[in-house]
Design a protein around this ligand. Structure first.
Ligand SMILES: C[S@@+](CC[C@H](N)C(=O)[O-])C[C@H]1O[C@@H](n2cnc3c(N)ncnc32)[C@H](O)[C@@H]1O
Length: 208
């Protein structure tokens, strides 16, 4: 296989938060793969495109075939190394066939927005996956950064954290639509979370 897969982190959503090299790779793509939203926003009109849908084998098959003639650009949100389609790609393609262009993770931007340090935080995804008890368990001075989803939303996660010993007065920031014009950041305590209006898919930061 002479062609490569270029996995491009497109950042949290706004083009302002995308690296110039990422924009360049996308603009030059002859074959491009990504979420419907990423394709609509960024894919060049001349490129052949494929949506990443629930049929992941179908997407991998499409890429395998396209690689016979062209490089394939795969757009993923945030950074490719942090809970993205890169993990699925690595189930079929070894690293020598993949070039990764990093992006700004929604996690990074959330910590930046609230001026908090993340080098000592436990970073978890509860977007379609279970978190480990050891990550969720409370201990003094622990800091969590959590990717949430529709079901494992901040209200659900607040209950889970209370069961893992977190106090109701722990500080919480809910960060939604980061980098977009409708970005929303809400600061409250764990005990004060009583609805998830507009904050299902977000970054939840918890500190004591
Ligand atoms: C499949 S994960 C992708 C994470 C991505 N690789 C990253 O580095 O940000 C999707 C989750 O990331 C978070 N997310 C992605 N973009 C976001 C944004 N613009 N604002 C807030 N959260 C976002 C949400 O928790 C969402 O459910």
């Amino acid at each position: 296989m002479e062609h490569k897969i270029i996995v491009v982190g497109i950042g949290p959503g706004s083009p302002d938060y995308m690296l110039p090299v990422a924009s360049r790779m996308i603009a030059q793509a002859k074959v491009i793969v990504g979420s419907q939203r990423a394709l609509t926003t960024f894919a060049p009109s001349h490129a052949t495109s494929k949506v990443i849908d629930n049929d992941l084998t179908g997407v991998l098959d499409f890429i395998t075939k396209a690689l016979m003639d062209n490089d394939v650009v795969v757009m993923v949100s945030g950074d490719p190394g942090f809970y993205s389609f890169l993990a699925t790609l690595r189930t079929r393609f070894s690293s020598e066939y993949i070039t990764v262009i990093p992006g700004i993770s929604s996690m990074q931007l959330a910590f930046a927005r609230i001026s908090e340090i993340w080098q000592n935080a436990v970073l978890i995804s509860m977007h379609g996956r279970q978190a480990k008890d050891t990550d969720l368990n409370y201990c003094p001075d622990k800091k969590l950064g959590i990717l949430t989803d529709y079901e494992q939303n901040p209200l659900y996660i607040a209950k889970v954290l209370r069961k893992h010993g977190w106090p109701s007065n722990a500080n919480v920031w809910l960060c939604a639509n980061l980098s977009y014009e409708n970005e929303r950041i809400k600061q409250l305590t764990l005990g004060e979370i009583n609805d998830v209006d507009g904050f299902t898919h977000c970054v939840m930061v918890v500190t004591t």
